[in-house]
Design a protein around this ligand. Structure first.
Ligand SMILES: N=C(N)NCCCC(=O)O
Ligand SMILES: [Zn+2]
Ligand SMILES: [Zn+2]
Length: 316
């Protein structure tokens, strides 16, 4: 394998100069073969409350300028192990959700079939459905680890089946998930009714609430999740609203009482030995952000997910 092209060296070119690719990495069209692509999906036509996540990918890239190439927590230099590149944005139709879903599925399927692993930057949570469809096509039914304040297993909104509150119900109905290994982490806040939880349990989900994370602690949570996941192919979906609004104000449907960014990052690092095959970070809505708090958290989450993928590739 040829030596990967790494990020622009911030000791030579100031990190605030030049275009904002993710972590100042090369663009995918500047490298021979991309092992891990970070891809933006600027789509927010599926939201039920505050719009703005279409600006998420650009804000996360901008906040990612400060990332550095060595991850001490995981002892890995992800960009040196494999070729990581910025795959740009998928040009999704903002006026037709069905069309956007198809475009995401096709674009990501093309990358996956070329042997590229994909971490996507959203965009609202609607996009998790086509991402899971694409991953399923390559890996079969996958374990799902879903970080969110919300279940996102609701049925329809205004009669519409494809929204940011419904991707995981659709995914279960389509049989693309391994129903033995479905977990939500960080759930909290009011629901429409008790039936929301009953439906969710019937689909096979286990829940570790935000309060569970606080009471049981990160290590126990990681143990429980790892037992449930085993060595199944794993997809991780991170809705940034899993974080407390203090840690992620820039999101469309904020709920009080969430995780700290420290807890979230530590749980992700605990997955280092899992067979991660894909991941997304969604629901970053920069119009409500302050001082890049949310975008910075999302950039670190994406960096950790890329690092876990790179670590896996290194040890293979
Ligand atoms: N943020 C996501 N993905 N879903 C929130 C849906 C909450 C609601 O409309 O009741
Ligand atoms: Zn949410
Ligand atoms: Zn969500």
């Amino acid at each position: 394998m040829s030596t990967p092209i790494g990020p622009t060296d911030s000791s030579l070119v100031p990190r605030f100069a030049g275009p904002a690719t993710f972590a100042r990495l090369p663009r995918a069209d500047e490298v021979e073969k991309t092992d891990i692509a970070v891809v933006g999906i600027p789509f927010d036509s599926g939201v039920s409350y505050r719009p703005g996540a279409r600006f998420g990918p650009a804000a996360i890239r901008e906040a990612s300028r400060l990332l550095r190439p060595y991850h001490p927590g995981l002892d890995v230099s992800p960009f040196a192990e494999v070729q990581v590149a910025d795959g740009g944005d998928i040009a999704v139709n903002p006026f037709a959700i069905g069309d956007a879903i198809e475009t995401v599925d096709e674009s990501v399927s093309r990358l996956l079939s070329a042997g590229t692993r994909v971490v996507t930057l959203g965009g609202d949570h609607t996009i998790a459905l086509p991402l899971l469809r694409a991953v399923h096509r390559v890996h079969g039914p996958v374990a799902l680890l879903h970080f969110d304040a919300h279940l996102d297993t609701w049925d329809t909104y205004f009669g519409e089946p494809y929204t940011h509150g419904t991707p995981f119900r659709r995914a279960v109905e389509e049989g693309i998930l391994d129903t033995e290994a479905l977990s939500h982490v960080g759930i909290r806040g009011p629901l429409y009714g008790k039936k929301d939880l009953e439906d969710d349990r019937r689909f096979g989900f286990g829940i570790l609430t935000s309060a569970d994370v606080m009471r049981r602690g990160v290590d126990e949570v990681v143990d429980l999740l790892r037992q449930r996941i085993g060595d199944r192919p794993l997809y991780v979906s991170v809705d940034i609203d899993v974080l407390d609004p203090a840690h992620a104000p820039g999101t469309g449907t904020p709920e009080a009482g969430g995780l700290t960014s420290r807890e979230l990052l530590e749980i992700l690092r605990g997955l280092a030995t899992c067979n991660l095959v894909g991941a997304d970070v969604v629901e970053v809505a920069p119009p409500y952000d302050h001082a890049q708090i949310t975008a910075t958290a999302a950039a670190h989450v994406a960096y950790d997910l890329v690092s876990v993928l790179a670590l896996r590739a290194k040890n293979r």
